[in-house]
Design a protein around this ligand. Structure first.
Ligand code: SF4
Length: 175
């Protein structure tokens, strides 16, 4: 599938199934205005440099505010054969090439496998957490915390944390 949601013609490369393109509940800007994200070296499609730069700046702004930008970048990096052209996650093809080199430096030549393993471990931890029910005491502490302290402001200062803990302990004793 392309990022416009339309099936691509068969290509010599398929997306890496370990990294599905991130889902967003509403269409992203690259889906609603794909022409803005077109970018290929040496192909300005007849538009002036100024017009092109303005268009690319618009694509960069759209990506910067996109809720799935992080996973989009990962998808674009691991699927190099499918992202030789175009703006993905506010990066041009040459910027992605540079980022891939950095990934090799950081994680080694098998960096894609390393990322896939990290993702799988993260999913397994999340699944385990979902399936491990809270103990009676943990549930009681959480309920009391909500009753006594209300919604938690972010971020808590150390003094607030200490005060909340004292109130929680007092509540537990009284319960
Ligand atoms: S980050 Fe940019 S290219 Fe990626 S899905 Fe969002 S709008 Fe599209």
């Amino acid at each position: 599938m392309s990022r416009t949601g339309v099936a691509n013609p068969p290509t010599h490369a398929d997306p890496d199934p370990r990294f599905p393109f991130p889902h967003n509940p509403t269409p992203t800007r690259c889906q609603t205005e794909p022409a803005t994200f077109d970018f290929a070296h040496g192909d300005s499609s007849g538009e002036t440099r100024a017009v092109r730069e303005k268009r690319l700046a618009r694509a960069h702004r759209a990506c910067s505010g996109c809720p799935i930008v992080k996973d989009c970048l990962k998808w674009a990096l691991v699927n190099q054969p499918l992202t030789k052209v175009g703006i993905f996650a506010a990066t041009t093809p040459s910027q992605r090439t540079a980022l891939r080199k950095r990934m090799v430096d950081r994680l080694g030549p098998d960096w894609i496998d390393v990322l896939a393993d990290q993702d799988r471990a993260r999913r397994e931890r999340a699944a385990a957490a979902r399936h491990t029910p809270l103990t009676v005491n943990q549930a009681r502490i959480i309920r009391l915390d909500r009753e006594i302290n209300g919604p938690m402001p972010q971020p808590l200062t150390p003094a607030q944390q200490q005060r909340n803990m004292a109130r929680l302990m007092a509540g537990l004793k009284a319960a």
